[in-house]
Design a protein around this ligand. Structure first.
Ligand code: PEP
Ligand code: MG
Length: 597
């Protein structure tokens, strides 16, 4: 967290995970703080300990079922799914059997054994470079805290449903149980030390419309209950003990933004159409089936990218079987109807390190065994996933997408396996859709440069600008020291995208963009000017992108791109595009922008 001064307080910076402004007093949560230590037992005592542990698990299970049912009736099915996922964790045989085996083998107490086993699992998640996947580890921690509390006989869990005053809740972490128990009337904001944009806390906060900032690192130790806070969930900042004048300025902005957001939601069922009537399809990027709720709420037209890595994490340290693949994709496909779902095959490796499959950490993982390379090396794993995709496709509109393709031979090898799996399913008379369209991610410069050749062998393209920028500009997308060089509007990127669009148009292929460039109105306008008509993004970004598209003239967007391509630097192109977008939709300037370095 970086801090900076303003009036007379400090500005705490984190990650905006649920938009909106909250102004109010802080309520700082206490952590569960259950000390866990090892006790040596006799073998008889160990047997009794196993029973005590199993009882605690059963009670935790009943509590979770109860919570799930309450949340389902109060907040709806999608929230209840958070607890469904936790119930599944508690049913996980490996987790329970490893714990009881450890109690017996080490003749140790249940608290210690469970803590040790859970520690191994959470370590696997913590190693994953991908924030979405790492966030799933917090579910296990939440379940573990519940079981530990039951083992220790403690009933102490924060009860946020009993609040009487409006507060901004500040905590080291907020578990899914805490988040779902929030009293929506009185919790007006969330400021959390940990977490990321795809954590369950973030999902629930944005689904409940509670502004939230995560990743604040040490807010819970700096802030005291009763302190005045201003929280901006769009900018990712929290002002601690602001002055009166500043507070008044923020209250004004809060009222203006609230009105603007309301106006934007009115666009939900309106098409994203430019002034000339060109229809742009806005889809959702999804990591978890429960994100389909946000996708619907923000008016997404299907799922343009399902990052299937999540499934592997849910099963870690094991691997998902064909049934898990099938069930997950089927659920997605059914929920997305009448729209489509693009399922991207496994894209682990690179910054998404996964110790179950990758034997060792590579020196240069971003250039190593990742995406389709990994699938070709572990063909069994790939075949299992492909069977799940083909079977699920019988229940909706499914397309399949290969990540990290760099050349024709690689693509042909992958296609040959797909064909083999298809024939196998047909021969086995297993219900499936054998005609699933097949696409490649264009996220490596080599693929962009040979897009004309790749276009002859696939049904569609999806441009992954996150990696395309990383590889084209030689900028590690996760390295803060070079992040100033991570420039989506670098002329090289515009040329690469244009080349891909032309290659696709030549063969009449659909082409979408599913990297972050799609979710920012400034870069989205440039993409449209380059000929892109399908954008896939984090669902919450859809309304503001749609608003800009509806004010945009395609001719202007094209002229903007022509001018941009004559400029030399990313900065000047960005300046030009920003001016264009601000002329279309004036941006609310929050007082905090003025104090930014
Ligand atoms: C991309 O690279 O742009 C992309 C969408 O894939 P990911 O962010 O999952 O690497
Ligand atoms: Mg990528």
């Amino acid at each position: 967290m970086s801090t900076g001064g303003h009036d007379d307080g400090t500005t705490l910076r984190g990650l905006g995970v649920s938009p909106g402004i909250a102004i109010g007093r802080a309520l700082v949560l206490e952590g569960p703080n259950i000390a866990i230590f090892r006790l040596d037992l006799s073998s008889d005592e160990a047997e009794r300990e196993v029973l005590r542990f199993q009882r605690a698990v059963r009670r935790a299970w009943r509590q979770l079922r109860h919570l799930r049912d309450r949340v389902r009736s109060e907040a709806g099915e999608p929230f209840a799914r958070v607890f469904e996922a936790q119930i599944l964790i508690l049913k996980d045989r490996a987790l329970l059997q490893e714990t009881t085996a450890l109690i017996r083998r080490e003749r140790a107490n249940g608290e210690w054994a469970f803590h040790t086993v859970v520690g191994r699992y959470t370590q696997v998640f913590a190693q994953l470079g991908d924030q979405a996947l790492r966030d799933r580890g917090t579910d296990i921690e939440d379940v573990a805290a519940r079981v530990q509390a039951l083992l220790s006989g403690s009933k102490k869990r924060h009860d946020l449903s009993e609040l009487m005053d409006d507060v901004i809740v500040v905590g080291a972490a907020l578990s899914p149980s805490d988040a779902a128990g929030l009293n929506r009337e009185h919790v007006i904001g969330l400021a959390i030390d940990g977490g990321g944009p795809t954590s369950h806390t973030a999902i629930i906060a944005s689904a409940l419309g509670i502004p939230a900032v995560a990743g604040l690192r040490d807010a819970s130790t700096r802030v005291r209950s009763g302190d005045l806070l201003i929280l901006d969930g769009s900018e990712g900042v929290v002002l601690h003990n602001p002055g009166e004048e500043e507070t008044a300025a923020w209250r004004e902005l809060q009222a203006r933004k609230a009105q603007r957001e309301l106006d934007l939601m009115i666009l939900r069922d309106q098409p994203a159409t430019t002034r000339e009537g060109l229809r742009v399809r806005l889809m959702a990027n999804v990591e978890l089936p429960e994100e389909m709720l946000a996708a619907r709420r923000f008016g997404a037209e299907g799922v343009g990218l399902y990052r299937s890595e999540f499934l592997y994490l849910r099963e870690a340290p094991g691997l998902p079987g064909e049934e898990e693949h099938y069930r997950t994709y089927r659920e997605l496909a059914e929920r997305a109807l009448p729209d489509e779902v693009v399922i991207r095959t496994l894209d682990l490796g690179g910054e998404k390190y996964f110790s179950t499959i990758l034997e060792h950490r590579e020196t240069n993982p971003v250039l190593g065994l990742r995406g389709i390379r990994l699938c070709l090396k572990h063909e069994d794993l790939f075949r299992t996933q492909l069977r799940g995709v083909f079977r699920a496709a019988a229940h909706g509109k499914v397309r399949m997408l290969f990540p990290m393709v760099t050349g024709i031979d690689e693509l042909r090898r992958a296609r040959a396996i797909v064909e083999d799996v298809r024939q196998e399913l047909l021969a086995q008379h297993i219900p499936c859709d054998p005609d699933v369209p097949l696409g490649v991610m264009i996220e490596v410069p080599a693929a962009a440069l040979i897009a004309d050749r790749l276009a002859r062998e696939v049904d569609f393209f999806s441009i992954g600008t996150n990696d395309l920028i990383q590889y084209a500009l030689a900028i590690d997308r996760g390295n803060e020291s070079v992040s100033y060089l991570y420039q989506p509007l670098h002329p090289a990127i515009l040329h690469l995208v244009r080349r891909v669009v032309e290659a696709a148009a030549h063969r009449g292929l659909r082409v979408s963009v599913c990297g972050e460039m799609a979710s920012n109105p400034v870069t989205a306008v440039v993409l449209i000017g380059l000929g892109i008509t399908e954008l896939s993004m984090n669902p919450a970004a859809i309304p503001s992108v749609k608003q800009v598209i509806r004010a945009l003239s395609l001719a202007d967007a094209r002229a903007l791109v022509e001018e941009a391509l004559r400029l030399d630097s990313a900065e000047s192109i960005e300046e030009l595009a920003k001016r264009k977008v601000e002329a279309l939709v004036p941006r609310e300037r929050s007082p905090v922008m003025e104090v930014r370095p």
